[in-house]
Design a protein around this ligand. Structure first.
Ligand SMILES: [Zn+2]
Length: 281
């Protein structure tokens, strides 16, 4: 049946309106679709985070060396050798004591010192040398190097190296960046210096400071052939940090793992024992 309804504008003739049966409304699936879309988005985000966390970020030094540079976490070796490393010193309260405990156990280690602290306590560097330890460069003033210019980075590294040379250190000086940070400019400078960034297999929360027993439990699952263990004999950010738990921890590590047949060596010695591992695991 045709009905005429209203008038058109501008002289248009009346338009017939056809009375059609009302369409049947589709089932109410909108909330369901919305829910599925939400779940898909959450799932995609979770998957991205998972892939980033497990696959991309741990492999960043392999996947994008032009961004992150060259870094070493561990050494692949069949030998029961481990490198103990100490950052942020020297500190007059702890460095000599830690160095002596290690020397008494026949465990030469690597001390990544800060130039500023070496300048304040040059005698401690000479003590470390006499105890048979290796000296590493941990910059002059401990800045994050992520946003620093190549000129600033060169200055941080070269001034520290030079001071160690002035104090009579003649061995190669490995490098470890503060906080492990490495981003664009540092890789560029390290490449020019033909150096890798020596990172770590496991870090002890001695900077918190954590209790020695807790740190031993933290160490156990990661401890093994070719491991690089990070501890702190000083503080990069402020003076006066308590490192007495580190002293206790060093003795506990030596007691436990020397009895298990492990040998402790410097980082440079460790690197001669096998293939460097550049993937964080
Ligand atoms: Zn540090």
């Amino acid at each position: 049946m045709i009905q005429y309804k209203g008038y058109g504008i501008c002289g248009e003739s009346m338009q017939p309106t056809i009375n059609r049966p009302k369409p049947i409304a589709p089932p109410r699936s909108r909330p369901l679709r919305k829910g599925l879309r939400f779940l898909a988005i959450v799932g995609a985000i979770a998957l991205s985070i998972f892939l980033f966390d497990r696959a991309l970020w741990p492999n960043r030094y392999l996947l994008a060396p032009w961004v992150f540079g060259d870094a070493i976490y561990q050494v692949q070796t069949a030998e029961k050798v481990v490198a103990l490393t100490f950052d942020d010193g020297p500190d007059p309260r702890y460095t000599e004591q830690i160095g002596q405990i290690l020397a008494d156990a026949g465990a030469p280690s690597t001390f990544f010192v800060m130039g500023r602290h070496v300048q304040q306590h040059p005698e401690l560097v000479q003590t470390l040398m006499a105890q048979g330890h290796e000296l590493g460069n941990h910059t002059w003033s401990h800045p994050s190097l992520k946003t620093k210019s190549p000129a600033t980075i060169r200055d941080e590294l070269e001034s520290t190296d030079q001071l160690l040379r002035d104090l009579g250190y003649t061995q190669p000086i490995p490098f470890r960046s503060p906080y492990g940070h490495s981003w664009f400019t540092l890789p560029h400078v390290l490449k020019q210096r033909d150096q890798a960034n020596i990172l770590w297999t496991v870090q002890m929360n001695d900077w918190k400071p954590e209790e020695p027993d807790v740190m031993m439990a933290l160490l156990a699952p990661k401890f093994g052939n070719g491991a690089i263990v990070l501890m702190h004999d000083g503080d990069g950010e402020s003076e006066g940090a308590d490192r007495s738990n580190t002293v206790t921890l060093v003795q506990m590590i030596l007691d436990k793992y020397l009895a298990e047949g492990y040998r402790f060596v410097t980082v440079s010695e460790l690197l001669t024992q096998g293939k460097p591992i550049r993937r964080w695991s």
